[in-house]
Design a protein around this ligand. Structure first.
Ligand code: AMP
Length: 318
């Protein structure tokens, strides 16, 4: 059962409404359990039930929501009693000259999507709410993993991501209770998922990170708020990225890791008019180093530039 979407603008409102909705959910669970229990009294063979606690699904985003975000929200809705989404274009994770100012902002469309998917609470803070008095002095350092691939192309990006995610997690955990929260992140940003998982482990943050598979358009392009920057020609050219990753996956599945021709794949992308390849590598998605004997997975990871737009994508090849 879900209620009205509540729009929280301050940390206090966000926190208070999570607590309130969690309390309501818990009361409903207790009422349902009391009913089961009274039915059991007249059934001597009934198994005893284990009491269940309410859980919170949390989906942090930068807005301009699309079907990729919707899939994270749906997963959160299926698995939890209360669902909260945040929308905040976080300046700390944009480098100088990047697209912070022109990043798409469409609050009305976003609210309509959140209502459609039965979200309970959306947190939409102004800059001063998240960073009163300007940029924070103390930040999370993303370490070596934060300097590779996306971190090499965008210095400081992952420190900015982890700093804001850590702050949001602190609010969510305090309001929902420890071990009551699940946070949903897309595999589209594979390095972000790995770093958030590491931060949760390294800082002993009592919530669970749930990765969700990449959502693609029908033609294979990974959905992204930044796809709106592409004109029709650029969008067509961008398809070389997902198509090449899919070829690598086919090679990996049919011939094994040794049968994957990464150089040919790099050439295929570079040869496409209007596309510049930044990187294409196959890595273990936990370490982002080359896969080793006991790696559970191997992932082809790539970034390209099409016109002024930077796009990333990845696909498991083993
Ligand atoms: P963003 O608003 O771009 O910061 O994304 C918010 C969350 O949605 C992140 O966890 C992203 O990885 C996830 N996400 C964005 N695009 C996709 C997609 N195409 N498939 C799955 N998850 C996505």
């Amino acid at each position: 059962m879900t209620g009205e979407l509540f729009i929280a603008r301050t940390l206090e409102e966000f926190s208070a409404h999570i607590s309130q909705r969690m309390g309501d959910a818990e009361a409903r669970i207790h009422a349902a359990e009391a009913e089961t229990l009274s039915a059991q009294r007249s059934d001597p063979d009934a198994e005893p039930t284990t009491p269940r606690v309410a859980t919170l699904g949390f989906v942090p985003t930068m807005g301009a929501l699309h079907d990729g975000h919707a899939t994270l929200i749906e997963r959160a809705r299926e698995q939890n009693d209360v669902v909260a989404v945040s929308i905040f274009v976080n300046p700390l994770q944009f480098g100088p000259g990047e697209d912070y100012d022109k990043y798409p902002r469409q609050p009305d469309e976003d609210l309509a999507l959140l209502r459609k998917y039965g979200v309970d609470i959306v947190f939409i803070p102004e800059l001063e709410v998240m960073y009163p008095g300007g940029e924070p002095l103390v930040r999370v350092s993303s370490g070596r993993l934060g300097t590779m691939f996306e971190g090499a192309a965008r210095p400081g990006h992952f420190d900015g991501v982890l700093t804001v995610v850590n702050k949001l997690f602190n609010v969510v955990v305090a309001a929902a209770g420890p071990h009551r929260g699940r946070a949903y992140f897309g595999q589209k940003d594979a390095q972000q998922v790995a770093l958030v998982q590491r931060m949760v482990a390294d800082f002993a943050i009592p919530l669970v990170v749930c990765p969700v598979a990449i959502v693609r358009d029908d033609d294979g392009l990974a959905m992204s708020s930044r796809n709106s920057y592409l004109d029709p020609e650029e969008r067509k050219a961008a398809l070389v990225l997902s198509r090449t990753l899919a070829l690598l996956r086919e090679e990996g599945l049919s011939r094994g890791y040794a049968g994957i021709d990464v150089d040919a794949a790099r050439e295929r992308i570079s040869d496409r008019d209007g596309v510049d390849l930044e990187y294409l590598e196959i890595v273990d998605p936990k370490t982002f180093e080359a896969p080793v004997e006991n790696s559970e997975r191997a992932t082809a990871l790539a970034a390209i530039r099409v016109g002024g737009t930077r796009l990333i994508d990845n696909m498991d090849v083993i």
